[in-house]
Design a protein. Sequence first.
Length: 310
Amino acid sequence: MSEEPKASTKYLMVQSTPSTDEDEIDLLELIRTLLHAWKTILCITVVSEGLAVTYAYYAEEVFKAETLLAPAQDEKSGASSSINQLGGLAAMAGISIPNDSNIKQVLATLQSRKFLRAFIQQKKLMPLLFGEIWDRETQTWLVSSLDEEPTLQKAIKVFKGCLSVEEGKMTGLITLSISWKDPEVAAQWVNDLVKQLNEQLREQAIADSQKRVGYLEQELAKTTLQDMRAVLYNLLESEKQNAMLANVNEDFALEVIDPAVAPETYEKPKRKLIFALGGACGGFFGIFAVFFAQFLKKLRTSNSKINSSS
């Protein structure tokens, strides 16, 4: 009884030995196949690397200009706080005082189609965005029909592809950047975007403040209660202060910490990375081609044996 387990164990050991040998033989065969086809692998790698080098040197260079911004913190916060303190009394008087727009709304305005459409039209950027089909001499589009002319919607899509807005979660600072083939143009666009955004939001704030001033003056003229007149008068003074500060403050929504300058080095293409990927992909495809050819060879051999036996 005690000898049977030993016999079965020995039998299993004997049975496992051929599979291990077969694995070793297969591995050696694969290595031998690769060594035998090293010229094929090298040729494919060289061709792939050549294509990568050609693409890297002929690809259009793209420059990235960026500016560092911060939410504007100016004297208007004091006027806003005085309005907030009187907000309860203003509500009793039936007056709704809107809150200042936060930075999320400012950035949403910056990336909105309405704002970008106005920016593209004001700066006349269509010929620059679609320069490959624009004839400078005749000032016309090089297209066969009017339907093929670029539209503002296409221009906005192209411009959005060049625009990047990142907000630091820890610092609260904002990085606005433009990636374009001309470094001078990229820097100019970045600075003009910030300037136009501040100007638009400033004009809007002044217009809104003037509307509220007119409403408060009407309410003040109709009210005879002294306490309510005092509330309305304080609100009116705060609104006038807001309008005055908006008129003199150029960095109304976003304060420029570091303005954009023309970058001296390009951002794309990343030539070193392209070179490395070209060689790696070439080696991979070379090895794959060798194994695939070996697989087809074995498949034809097995098919020929089956046909001959039948």
